[in-house]
Design a binder for this molecule. Structure first.
Ligand SMILES: *[C@@H]1O[C@H](CO)[C@@H](O)[C@H](O)[C@H]1NC(C)=O
Ligand SMILES: *[C@@H]1O[C@H](CO)[C@@H](O)[C@H](O)[C@H]1NC(C)=O
Ligand SMILES: *[C@@H]1O[C@H](CO)[C@@H](O)[C@H](O)[C@H]1NC(C)=O
Length: 173
């Protein structure tokens, strides 16, 4: 028994670290889709956002007690002026909604463009999401039909998507 314990502990550590690196990959995919990341990151004084720093230490990322990513908040608001120093440009990626514990995605008041990823409305995506603030960007296209599907983002009562360039109607369940 005593000799099994360290093995069990190692496996646990390995599992936690694997989960963390998957989460890092999802966030790094979003980083890669921000076309002016270097300038944005420098202007905002971001820490982390590389594979040397634990994901929970990255600026704008918060984790829950279990060490899973629970929020990404890089909105440019009066109380977060660092994120206003330069507007982030680029697109949103499907990977963000593979973060199974993410409750809040806030990336308001930037220059994000392109469509909302249809994958975000998928049955395995963003099941914990309660806040989605993407207002004041340059997003376009239609709100994906998948967002209105049964089981799509079941915990999302609050979505702020105003001041973008969406067209068409919002899907209804
Ligand atoms: C990450 O944050 C924790 C808690 O704030 C701190 O103790 C630790 O030193 C940080 N690690 C790195 C690599 O920045
Ligand atoms: C996150 O975003 C909101 C704006 O929606 C802001 O008021 C809040 O202070 C932000 N910061 C954190 C760490 O949640
Ligand atoms: C957007 O950013 C500007 C500062 O660049 C600020 O004055 C404005 O209040 C922000 N808008 C929102 C909705 O937070």
């Amino acid at each position: 028994m005593a000799r099994l314990l360290p093995v069990a502990l190692l496996l646990l550590v390995a599992a936690v670290c694997a989960a963390q690196s998957n989460q890092a990959e999802s966030l790094l995919a979003q980083k890669a889709a921000i076309t002016n990341w270097a300038a944005f990151s420098f202007a905002a004084g971001l820490v982390g956002w590389d594979d040397r720093t634990p994901v929970c230490n990255w600026t704008g990322v918060e984790c829950n007690a279990a060490g899973d990513v629970s929020s990404l908040n890089m909105s440019c608001t009066p109380d977060q002026p660092r994120f206003c120093a330069m507007r982030a440009q680029g697109q949103l990626v499907p990977d963000l909604c593979q973060l199974s514990s993410i409750t809040s995605i806030k990336f308001a008041n930037h220059s994000l463009s392109g469509p909302l990823p249809a994958e975000w409305g998928g049955p395995d995506a963003c099941q914990s999401l309660s806040f989605l603030y993407l207002n004041d960007n340059k997003l376009s296209g239609t709100i994906p039909a998948s967002f209105g599907a049964r089981g799509s983002m079941p915990n999302l009562p609050v979505a702020s998507l105003g001041t973008n360039s969406f067209n068409g109607r919002c899907p209804t369940p």
